[in-house]
Write a new protein. Structure first.
Lengths: 232, 232
DNA sequence: GAGTGGTCTAGACCACCCC
DNA sequence: GGGTGGTCTAGACCACTCT
């Protein structure tokens, strides 16, 4: 494990253990340098990581401060931290090999005669249905899938067994109305609001290999995004 | 202007001028180093910037590649790049000094006896209403506001005239149903879906000074988020 | 094994905040 | 003006990809 990753973790732990709150000041660079016996750049790299994950913010000439979310119970739309989600379970509805629709073929950047794995799941939080998830995997990349794999973590399997690495992803959000089938799955009424999140996951050559369409229950799901200001 | 900012801009321009597409390979580090006559770290910093703004992705041992969004007409939920938005106009509905509600006081971290500036605007894209925006500014930070300022860019005024700098912000998303008044403003029907985005903007001491509630027209607005994978 | 990006160091100097 | 974070350099060494 990289030095600056380790250090970032330790600083994160430090914040947690000291129960620091938003705006609390952390020790200065110099202190961390001597404490971990590494160069300045390494500490800066570690702090950069924490900054990116929205754990801290840094003010030049002033110091390093703790950053905390005020509201709880929200889902991150940025998968920076892959924190474990308890209370979440899922049910498999469909799993088969099929030809893509025009839309799916377009999103996966493949021809309509190629094969895709189709996976449809319902996801539950505290046993309440909060999301319908439909995924389409390019079969030439994801060569094999079965029930057991799908019920566990697909991404973990892709990485460990197939050596498929996600390099980046794009998410597209729409708000719309539920149709009858979706409403039934989510325990809502047709015409009720829904949040639709389309995602494409890309490989290291920039090609998408997974297109996912997520339909969220508007009563069970709230989201957050954190950002940094740079209005010039 | 910082060296690595300049270089990032030049590389961005290079991508644009060469009309490179997703997955196209960029020249290697060494080439950029000699081309700009700077050290390796500086180039890496520049590429880090481009990486953060989702213009490129880097694969160790392989190279630097162009990244592009597939869909157009979407609004970024990350204000990394503050690109100019044409076709967007706004109408001022209300502007006054008032006492905050409990909710607003809580979001601004102030007492209910303190003053806030209240600004209500409708935002139009291609002359279609796409957003109702209600903002509450802590008066002890934003000491003065008027009609002219509000119709121009508030954030620019805050930075230039009042020396108020946004360091970070949190966004919270909900999906819900429009009430009668909102529906009228947006040209929709009560009960139609809406996307609600609450934002708090924070100063360098971590304190929020602006709480904004944005209600989006679900037919006129679509959003995107880009991310990087790191499933371990 | 050659090519390529990433980490890490040590140190000079700079830019900003705040007293 | 002292304290503090940020930029930049030069170079050693490491880790991954691809053929």
């Amino acid at each position: 494990m990289l030095k600056y990753h380790q250090i970032a973790k330790k600083i994160e732990k430090y914040i947690e253990e000291k129960q620091l709150n938003q705006g609390d000041k952390l020790p200065v660079l110099e202190t961390w340098m001597t404490h971990f016996d590494v160069s300045k750049s390494t500490i800066i790299k570690a702090l950069e990581l924490l900054d990116k994950n929205e754990n801290i913010f840094q003010i030049r000439g002033s110091g390093i401060f703790v950053r905390k979310l005020k509201r709880t119970g929200y889902i991150s739309l940025q998968i920076n931290d892959s924190k474990k989600k308890d209370n979440v379970s899922s049910k498999l509805l469909e799993l088969d090999l099929r030809k893509p629709t025009k839309e799916v073929a377009n999103n996966l950047n493949i021809g309509m005669d190629e094969d895709v794995y189709y996976v449809k799941r319902i996801r539950y939080i505290f046993d309440q249905p909060f999301c319908i998830e439909e995924s389409y995997f390019n079969k030439s990349v994801v060569t094999y899938l079965n029930k057991e794999i799908v019920l566990d973590s697909i991404f973990k399997y892709l990485q460990d067994a197939l050596n498929v690495k996600i390099v980046f992803y794009d998410s597209y959000l729409h708000v719309d109305k539920l149709n009858e089938e979706e409403a039934e799955h989510l325990g809502l009424k047709p015409g009720d609001p829904k949040l639709l999140v389309d995602q494409t996951f890309h490989l290291s050559n920039g090609q998408p290999f997974d297109f996912a369409r997520n339909t969220y229950n508007y009563l069970q799901s709230q989201f957050f995004i954190q950002g940094k200001g740079q209005y010039i």
